[in-house]
Design a protein around this ligand. Structure first.
Ligand code: ACO
Length: 319
C-alpha cells in the first residue's frame, strides 16, 4: 500500500486560550505550559460532514482520482450529529462515490486502525483505491464547564487516499480494556421496557493516567515497529505522533533519544483533534514540503479504549 493523496479541512473559528479564560477558571499560562496549546479551531457555523467531504475531495484531487474510482471509504469518527447513516455514507454522497462505506471508532487511534484495515483489503485484492477520512468534533463531547477537558480539544477533518504499492512496511494495532480512564456516554431515547436510567456523561478523563499510558504505549509501539522493520530510531526521518499534549510528544522523543525536528507538531494551533490529528499534520507536512520523496515516516497514536497503533512507511509522493 502507498499514500497517493492527502487533504484536510478546518473550521473557520479560531479560539485562543484567552477566549476560554473568559468563561472558564483557567489561563493562557496554564494551558500553554501543561499542553503546548495556544489556540484551536472549533466548529461554529460548519457541519462536520461538510468538513469531511472537503478534506476527502482535496485528497482525491491530490491523488488525481474521482470519487467514482474509489473501491472503499473508511471513516474514523467518534461522534457527529448522525448516528445513522454512517458519516462515511454521507461523505460518499458528497464526493460522488458509489463504493462500500464504513465508519470505525478507535478514538484518537482511528487513522492507524483505518490504514491497517485498508492495507488488509488491498493485500486481499478486495479493493484498490481506498479513501481514509478522519472527521472529529471532540468539542461536542466535553462539558464547557469542565476546565479539565474543554481546553484540550479542537475539531478537524483530514483524509488520505491509498492504493496498491509497497511503501507500507509495518503496521501494528492493539487495544486493552481501560474504559474508566477516558469515556463519554450519551443518552439514548427512552424505552418503556428499560428499567434503569442513562443520563449521559460528558467526556471524563483521568489526565495523569492517560498521560502515563500514552507515553508507555507510544514508546513501546515505536520500538516494536522498529524491531519489525529492522530499522534503528535514527533511520526514521519523521515521527508523526497523535497531537494530544506537547509534553507527551517531548517525553516520547526524549526516551527515543531523537532530535526535536524529527517530531513535528501543530498542537499549538490545532489542539487535540482526536483521530484527525495525525492525517492533519501529515497533510500540512506534505503541502509545505517537509515530507520528501523516500523519507521514512512513523505514525503513532493512542486513544480511549485504550487503543494504540503504529505504522512505518516510505513517503512516495513529492518525487
Ligand atoms: N486551567 C487551570 N487549572 C487546571 C486546568 C485548567 N484548564 N485543568 C486542570 N487544572 C488544575 C487541576 O484542577 C489541578 O488542580 P489541583 O492540584 O488543585 O487539583 C491542577 O491544575 C493540576 O492538574 P493535573 O491533572 O496535575 O495537570 P497535569 O499536569 O497532569 O495536566 C493534562 C493535565 C493536560 C490533562 C495532562 O494530564 C494530559 O495531557 N493528559 C493526557 C491527555 C490526553 O492525551 N488525552 C487524550 C485524549 S484521547 C481521546 O480519545 C479523546
Amino acid at each position: 500500500m502507498k499514500i497517493i493523496g492527502t487533504g484536510s479541512s478546518l473550521p473557520s473559528l479560531s479560539v485562543t486560550n484567552e477566549m476560554l479564560s473568559v468563561f472558564l477558571d483557567t489561563s493562557d499560562e496554564w494551558i500553554r505550559s501543561r499542553t503546548g496549546i495556544l489556540e484551536r479551531r472549533i466548529i461554529s457555523d460548519e457541519n462536520l460532514k461538510d468538513l469531511a467531504i472537503e478534506a476527502s475531495q482535496k485528497a482525491l484531487d491530490d491523488a488525481g482520482l474521482t470519487g467514482s474510482e474509489l473501491d472503499y471509504i473508511i471513516c474514523s469518527n467518534v461522534v457527529n450529529y448522525y448516528v445513522t447513516p454512517s458519516i462515511s455514507c454521507l461523505v460518499a454522497g458528497g464526493i460522488q462515490a458509489a463504493c462500500p462505506c464504513v465508519d470505525l471508532n478507535a478514538a484518537c487511534t482511528g487513522f492507524l486502525y483505518c490504514l491497517d484495515m485498508a492495507a488488509a483489503y488491498i493485500a486481499a485484492k478486495k479493493a484498490k483505491n481506498i479513501l481514509v477520512v478522519c472527521a472529529e468534533e471532540p468539542t461536542r463531547m466535553c462539558s464547557w464547564k469542565d476546565r479539565n477537558t474543554a481546553v484540550l480539544f479542537g475539531d478537524a477533518a483530514a483524509a488520505a487516499v491509498v492504493t496498491e504499492g509497497d511503501a507500507f512496511r509495518a503496521s501494528r494495532i492493539s487495544a486493552f480494556h481501560r474504559p474508566e480512564v477516558l469515556y463519554y456516554q450519551r443518552p439514548l431515547e427512552d424505552c418503556p421496557f428499560v428499567k434503569y436510567q442513562q443520563r449521559g456523561v460528558p467526556l471524563y478523563m483521568n489526565g495523569k493516567e492517560v498521560f502515563k499510558l500514552a507515553v508507555n504505549a507510544s514508546t513501546q509501539g515505536i520500538e516494536n515497529i522498529l524491531a519489525d522493520t529492522g530499522l534503528t530510531a535514527d533511520q526514521v526521518d519523521h515521527y508523526i505522533l497523535h497531537q494530544a499534549n506537547m509534553r507527551i510528544i517531548e517525553t516520547v522523543r526524549t526516551q527515543l533519544r531523537q532530535p526535536p525536528h524529527k517530531f513535528p507538531h501543530n498542537i499549538e494551533s490545532r489542539g487535540n483533534t482526536s483521530s484527525a490529528s495525525i492525517p492533519l499534520l501529515l497533510d500540512e507536512m506534505h503541502r509545505n514540503g517537509t515530507l520528501q520523496y523516500g523519507d521514512t515516516v512513523v505514525l503513532c497514536g493512542f486513544g480511549a479504549g485504550f487503543t494504540t497503533g503504529t505504522c512505518l512507511f516510505t513517503w512516495t509522493m513529492n518525487e
